[in-house]
Ligand binder design. Sequence first.
Ligand code: NDP
Length: 317
Amino acid sequence: MEEHLEKVKCLIVGSGPAGYTAAIYAARADLHPVLYEGLQPGGQLTITTEVDNFPGYPNGKQGGEIMEDIKQQALRFEADIRNGLVTEVDLSQRPFRVKADDGKTLLAETLIIATGATAQWLGLPSEAEFNGYGVSACATCDGFFYRGKDVAVVGGGDTACEEATYLSKLCNKVYLIVRRDELRASKAMQQKVKETSNIEVIWLHSPKEIVGEQQGFAKSVTGVLLNNNKTGEEKLLKIDGLFVAIGHHPNSDIFKGQIDLDENGYIKTIPGSSKTNINGVFAAGDVQDHYYRQAITAAGSGCMAAIDAERFLSFSS
Ligand code: NDP
């Protein structure tokens, strides 16, 4: 049987702020974008609670509601948003051949990759229980809620040191929980941590359980039970918030071997643009940004990708 091929001018993969914003711009530029939402429609913001730093919401708003607003805005311009997963791509020639789990094969003149990144978690049941209620993977997003309080950061890399330094300016005390007896972070970041008087490093410990309380619907963290990795002893550390900073995984696996990635798997883009090393393929949001990782920067880069795709098409046809 002959395979049915659906031709699209602009295919967007991923539905965080980058993907949906790219859809708004591409739809308004008459590119009739098709967007596949992926495994987590709405992306990482849908697993947070209150978002206070996205412009346009003066009183803050739930992350999931912000994403629904952006999606509705894209639908208003008739973006074709599909609840499905892209499973295979062939970037060796244009139009790019893309398969999705709804059985469709698409031929895309341009492709915008906005598949995001996934925060690594410790994997403790109590971590999932208090996620958004005292457990976070983003100090810039949630640090504000812990002003004057005691918090802990888990991890020993650059992200953990950066998060601890950021939090030290807002919080009373910041514990940095490191599983080994040394930090993986760069010497400069290590120095910064050492020089900050309200950061205390707790070496050779790992969180065993996050402790908290629930009153009605309100949940809050009150401490973390730590395991000494050398002696096996346990101790309870009283804190109000726990920031997990043990790495992110960019969702670029299906593009591996076909597009330039950096050593951590992030898609490389030409600075100041969303262009990748493949003509007609653009990347936006956290899949190409391990530095800012904010919803608003992802949205901004989604806008850039749609504009780059539109200009690419007008010059190549
Ligand atoms: P990394 O992979 O560099 O570090 C992860 C840290 O988390 C390590 O210390 C690791 O411990 C620890 N860890 C992993 N799993 C667990 C666990 N289950 N329990 C406890 N601890 C755990 O990730 P980062 O996000 O810090 O950095 C990613 C990349 O981005 C790096 O290349 C980094 O240099 C870069 N980056 C650069 C920045 C900058 O230049 N300003 C800022 C942020 C990131 P262990 O060491 O024992 O493996």
